[in-house]
Design a binder for this molecule. Sequence first.
Ligand code: USQ
Length: 397
Amino acid sequence: MKIAVLGGDGFVGWPTSLHLSARGHEVHIIDNLSRRWIDTELGVQSLTPMDSIQERTRIWHQETGRRIRFHLIDLARDYDVLKSWLAEHRPDAIVHFAEQRAAPYSMKSDRHKNYTVNNNVNATHNLLNAMTEIGLDAHLVHLGTMGVYGYSSVGAAIPEGYLPVGVETLSGETASQEILYPTNPGSIYHMTKSLDQLLFQFYAKNDGVRITDLHQGIVWGTHTEETKLHAQLINRFDYDGDYGTVLNRFLIQAAIGYPLTVHGTGGQTRAFIHIQDSVRCVEIALNNPPKRGDRVEIFNQMTETHRVRDLAELIARMTGAKVAYLPNPRKEAAENDLVVRNDKFLSLGLNPITLEEGLLAEVVDVAKKFDYRVDRSRIPAVSAWTKDIAPTIERDP
Ligand code: USQ
């Protein structure tokens, strides 16, 4: 297949691009490099030393003989350029990662809220609009989030996208229908992914666009089979208070002797997936497209659920790290249960990597190896969800 990977320079986009290229697909990365600009804005850098996208693709060609092309396009702002590119290249499939993906960054200030909404919603709508306008019947695979469901627990498992509901008709009978699982986003970022869902629902219904939405959990890990092929193919690893996700943050904190930063009681239960499984899931989704006219296909892309404090305690046991229970900068349930269905990927052959197998290797290989690159002052999470939470947050120690 000819595949356009939008956001192919990012944390999941880059290893996905390599994985698809290694399987013989013609891969084109479209990216505006915004993630690199945001690093500059925040004054942070990936724990792992990352080369430019041009250099990365050069090394990929040198190591494998395969070519990945890079195109500098801003989906949200350059609609005409995007449309012309799609019309000229007519990819068979499009993988859409090109959105601002950090909840804390999206809550940083009014400007960051605007940026996240404008960037994410426009990017998704511009893409759907352009595909429809030029009559491009490509399969669109979008990286969504488990966070669209919210985390309130009623004890029932979260289904894969659709909820069967019974409604009483005027004649007193019960009619059943499936609706998109009601969204309950916990940040501006998660809200944009909820809005994306509606855009997808509309374009699938109105224009027959073939769409798969992957509701992904929190990704942990760094390496995939392909990123390990050469030092310069290494994936990024975020540890700072805005972009670092919880498990990867705990790993690097343990490696440098920084007390593990648990928010609140750590009673938040979340869904997790290793980066290697994440790229496999995208491949599986690409190989199983919906038919034209089908409703949006939705997968829950996660393999395990864990409570934040259990993760902290697990890592503390493995490494001897201390655990710090800090004021929570977020507005979220202090404690929640989470049960998630993920039968679809398992039935299509996903064989998940578990925390027990992968964790120690990740601490040793990545966190310890690059711990000299850590700026400890960037570790605290300082983006508050509301103005009244802001004064309670602990700043740099
Ligand atoms: N947390 C801590 N300590 C930390 C960092 C986070 O206790 O140092 C807590 C947070 O308060 C939250 C949980 O850990 O309760 C998860 O936070 P996170 O930063 O790991 O994940 P989140 O903000 O939800 O976002 C990440 C990705 C996002 C993706 C989402 C999947 O950045 O792109 O969509 O995970 S999910 O969480 O399933 O919605």
